[in-house]
Ligand binder design. Structure first.
Ligand code: NAG
Length: 978
């Protein structure tokens, strides 16, 4: 988080100009040398039209095929620089993903090629079923179960295409914008523009048979006639020394017949990405990926914010394909639609190799599986972390924390976690308690923990440079800090004043960082004034540097291995949360699931914890765009996400705060947070009726925890996101492609339309299918239509448009408690929401919520099914059966289960936990009998209303079965007869 006041003071101290927004603190494409060069290249190509041709070609005589056909390697040249060698490598993975790598070979220097090694969970398995066939103009390989996929590499100009059933799906360099700027020496090149054409390279070109590239000076034609910011670049008051010179990478990636693209988070914009090129682009700049602490970010902009995931989905009614570019440097992406129904993108990165994964789909579900096989799934979080988190900058003392906790309990408002922002620490030396205000930290933590709750405390990556800070001292002595271009310790300004940054790329950091979190003294300094109830918030890890260029580190800073900061910027923040989550998991003898919240992230960060959308504003606009950002990071694999309830800045009026609690309660990560200058706004401070409304929302969240936890379990196994936008659920429904203000919660059958407008009394909701949808609260039945239908529903301030899709069974725990831990033995309510055809199905996943015992098979995973057994149309059978054995061999958090025993120790420990109520929604008529199969008649009530199979709308029929006395861990069936 950032403070206007703090920056005001800082600017006085440092003579830095005062920041208001913000846009001018950050580069536009035209202020970034390599982006300008990349866009100039596409402008020249456009101007040249048909005459444009890529100078890059593959030398067929250099092709070599290794590893039993699966890896294809060849030499590539640019006609402009015949003396420079490039290498292209293609591999087809066993799941059909194609990896395309290109690098300069035997260049003056080495390009950064390690981004994938940090992002991927392991080296992907190569297909054993590939055969490359070389022709005169291209080399190709067909693969897939029906050989429906084909990858084709054309020699001159070089293109790579992924085809399905003979049709192009993804095309690289189809527009001829591929350009890998090779390493050069300054003197050699400096005169290039002054030389009269033709030059050496040009002659080589003209000798060449494919010398269409031409006008008089082909290099200038392709690259521009001046060296634009090759060797040094100035922005505002900062100069980037660029000792390696130009090394950017430009590539066009086209998606023929895919009209919509999603992804490349994080940007504050719509989910279906608006255009940045063409006649009337929605945004004039490309989307930027460069993790940045953008103070008061704009609610609609292609600017970078805190995280970067270079993953894009291209979608049409009959196909979805995806790409993941493992690049860690600053990257800009143009999106346009010059041909109807197709999308062209242009990727421009400052440094690094080309390392691109083409994901063939063909459905959104396949893309999620393919992507999570590369970078991993969202780790199954600790159960308590799905509860409500109360944060503020700052709870000022240990007694403040105790009072806030007491107030929640007095008001019977559930909460699981109290957070401490930076002011807990003495002079912002993280780990070190400010004893003036927190004289008894361990007692305070224990007071919170005895009521089953946790604390989250902030630890940022900047270390105060002072001799009385043992953490800094150790890091400095061991040489674990990021260095300047002249290899001295880098110093910048952050919360702690003069600070240094831990270099997480250095392997020597890893064990040392973990040792800091040990709650027993094991090395020179460990955090003994902490307990296992403390979890961690990693903020400012873009990294944010108040007096740095674009509020981050100079790009010519040096990391371990000699890599420049420019090469690794976007993955820097991920390593920090990776190591912090390992540190928290391993801090004591007993391994427990860590909770780590990060602000910066990259592809793969989903393995380490949750993210939030940073310093949002308390405005309706920010509330609305927060929903879209959370959907888009879900697409990027980061399911555990949310935005600050209330907005970080400002004093939201009660109406806005209530709506914001509704948005938060329907997001995977649910935290309220506020800036130090805002008025206190804990929910118990609200007046009635708002206080009652927020209490109901908090209780709703807690009653739905079984749904959320089951959703996370599903995500951790399948890689499908927790929040699913329409195109993921109904890929063929064109009317849903642009919808990003309503979504489904995993495969629970719940559809949410958060209200993000002032004075709303009703909301419009799109129902994409011919199915009944029941209002979650009053069971009003609404009808969709096969080609989609918009309905209008009541949405007064106390109402959340939340629906159960007909055909779903949802499990809830309806007893209000003070925290999630006090609900562990509570009974369940099952809601059987019948489909039009009278069936329903749902899942419930449970485990101890804190340890890793689930990875050894200690969990309960039930499937509930309601159906009418054949030829007995006057019976509904609702059965509970085991899911664990149904899918042997499935991996949890990447760990494959060897065995699953339904009678495992965890299941036994909750054998007494029962289903206390079963509610069947949408029956045709009043039952005659309701009983447990093979057992006695049950107690039930029925109110006649609309049946699921009707065409009518209105309150549905409700059958309430009271206390059927069935265990949630056992197989059973309830028979309803009428
Ligand atoms: C990060 O996490 C993975 C596990 O997902 C681990 O294998 C890797 O070594 C970690 N370390 C760093 C420094 O990224």
């Amino acid at each position: 988080m950032r403070s206007l006041n703090y920056l005001g003071i800082l600017s006085l101290l440092l003579g830095v100009p005062t920041h208001s927004l913000k846009a001018h603190d950050f580069k536009t494409c035209s202020q970034s040398g390599f982006c300008r060069r990349g866009r100039a290249l596409s402008a020249r190509a456009k101007e040249a039209g048909e005459a444009w041709s890529s100078p890059y070609s593959l030398d067929p005589s250099s092709i070599s095929i290794a590893s039993n056909q699966a890896i294809f390697i060849a030499g590539v040249k640019s006609a402009l620089y015949p003396e420079i060698n490039f290498g292209l490598e293609l591999r087809v993975h066993d799941d059909g993903v194609v990896r395309v790598r290109m690098d300069e070979v035997r260049g003056l220097r080495k390009r950064y090629d390690e981004a994938a090694s940090w992002a991927l969970i392991s080296e992907p398995t190569i297909s054993s079923d590939i055969k490359w066939t070389a022709g005169k103009k291209d080399i190709r390989a067909a693969y897939g179960p029906k050989k429906e996929n084909e990858v084709v590499v054309t020699f001159a100009p070089l293109t790579v295409a992924l085809l399905r059933n003979g049709k192009e799906q993804v095309v690289l360099n189809g527009q001829g914008l591929l350009h890998m700027e090779h390493f050069r020496t300054k003197t050699q090149e400096v005169t290039h523009t002054e030389e009269a054409a033709p030059q050496e390279g040009a002659e080589a070109v003209s000798d060449d048979a494919q010398a269409v590239i031409t006008p008089t000076n082909p290099r200038a034609w392709f690259e521009g006639d001046k060296e634009d910011d090759y060797w040094e670049e100035t922005f505002s008051s900062w100069t980037d020394s660029k000792p390696k010179g130009p090394e950017s990478l430009s590539l066009d990636i086209n998606f023929p017949n895919h009209p919509v693209v999603y992804g490349i988070p994080q940007h504050a914009t719509r989910l279906a990405l608006p255009t940045t090129t063409g006649e009337s682009p929605f945004f004039s700049d490309p989307y930027r990926l460069y993790n940045a602490d953008v103070f008061e970010y704009l609610a609609s902009s292609p600017m970078s914010i805190y995280g970067s995931i270079p993953v894009l989905h291209a979608h049409s009614a009959d196909s979805t394909v995806g790409i993941f570019h493992a690049v860690a440097s600053e990257t800009w992406i143009d999106v346009g639609h010059s041909a109807e129904k197709s999308t062209e993108t242009h990727w421009i990165s400052e440094s690094g190799i080309l390392d691109l994964f083409l994901m063939p789909g063909p459905t959104p579900e396949d893309i999620f599986k393919q992507y999570s096989r590369l970078t991993g799934t969202t780790v199954l979080p600790a159960h308590w972390s799905l509860g409500y988190h109360q944060c503020r900058w700052n709870y000022v003392s240990s007694d403040d924390v105790r009072t806030v906790q007491k107030r929640f309990d007095e008001e019977d408002m559930p909460v699981d976690v109290f957070w401490l922002d930076i002011e807990y620490s003495e002079e912002h030396k993280y780990f070190i308690w400010d004893k003036k205000n927190f004289p008894d930290p361990v007692d305070m933590i224990n007071d919170v923990a005895t009521l089953g709750r946790k604390m989250v405390v902030i630890v940022d990556p900047h270390l105060k440079r002072t001799s009385d800070y043992p953490v800094y001292q150790a890091a400095s002595e061991k040489g674990l800090l990021v260095k300047t271009k002249s290899e001295t310790e880098y110093e910048g300004w952050c919360w702690s004043g003069s600070s240094a940054w831990v270099d997480f790329f250095n392997p020597n950091v890893w064990d040392w960082w973990k040792s800091l979190f040990k709650t027993q003294q094991i090395s020179t300094w460990s955090w003994t004034e902490s307990t296992n109830a403390v979890h961690i918030w990693n903020d400012m890890n873009e990294p944010s540097v108040f007096n740095g260029p674009e509020i981050t580190m100079p790009k010519d800073n040096i990391h371990h291995g000699g890599w420049e900061h420019r090469d690794v910027h976007n993955i820097n923040g991920m390593l920090f949360s990776n190591l912090t989550s390992q540190a928290v998991a391993e801090r004591s003898e007993e391994l427990t699931r860590p909770f780590v919240l990060t602000r910066a992230f990259y592809a793969g960060s989903q393995r380490f914890g949750a993210m939030w959308t940073g310093d949002n504003l308390g405005t309706w606009e920010h509330m609305a765009v927060g929903v879209k950002i959370v959907l888009s990071v879900n697409i990027g694999g980061m399911s555990f996400s949310g935005s600050d309830v209330g907005g970080f800045f400002g004093n939201p009026e009660p109406e806005m705060l209530v709506r914001w609690y509704q948005v938060g309660a329907m997001a995977p990560f649910f935290r309220a947070h506020a800036h130090i200058d805002t008025k206190r706004r804990e929910p118990f401070l609200l007046e009635q009726p708002y206080k009652g409304m927020v209490k109901d929302i908090l209780r709703l969240r807690y009653s739905m925890l079984p749904i959320w936890y089951t959703a996370f379990r599903e995500t951790s196994v399948t890689g499908l996101p927790v929040l699913r936008p329409h195109y993921v659920m109904f890929p063929k429904d064109k009317a849903g492609f642009d919808i990003d203000d309503q979504y489904y919660i995993a495969s629970s059958g719940l559809l949410v339309k958060p209200v993000t407008e002032k004075d709303a009394t009703e909301a419009k909701v799109y129902l994409p299918e011919d199915q009944v949808y029941y209002d979650y609260f009053n069971h009003h039945a609404y009808r969709g239509a096969a080609n989609g239908k918009e309905i209008t529903v009541p949405a007064a301030l106390h109402q959340i448009p939340l629906f159960i899709r007909g055909g779903s069974i949802v499990s809830t725990r309806e007893r209000p408690r003070r925290s999630s831990t006090s609900m562990k033995a509570d009974p369940f309510t099952l809601r059987v929401a019948l489909s039009r055809t009278g069936t329903a199905r749902g899942e419930l996943y449970l485990d101890d919520g804190e340890t890793y015992a689930h990875r050894a098979g200690h969990f309960v995973w039930r499937e509930f099914v309601a159906e009418t057994p054949k030829k007995k149309s006057r019976t509904l059978r609702i059965a509970s059966r085991d899911m664990g054995v149904a899918r042997p061999g499935e991996a949890v958090d990447g760990v494959v289960l060897k065995a699953f025993n339904p009678a495992n120790a965890y299941a036994q420990s909750i054998a007494d936990v029962r289903v206390e109520k079963v509610v069947v929604v949408g029956l045709n008529s009043k039952p005659k009998t309701v009983k447990v199969e093979g057992g006695a008649d049950l107690n039930w009530e029925f109110t006649l209303g609309v049946a699921a199979a009707d065409k009518k709308e209105g309150t549905a029929s409700i059958l309430t079965i009271k206390d059927p006395r069935v265990s949630v861990v056992k197989d059973w069936a309830i028979i309803v007869e009428w």
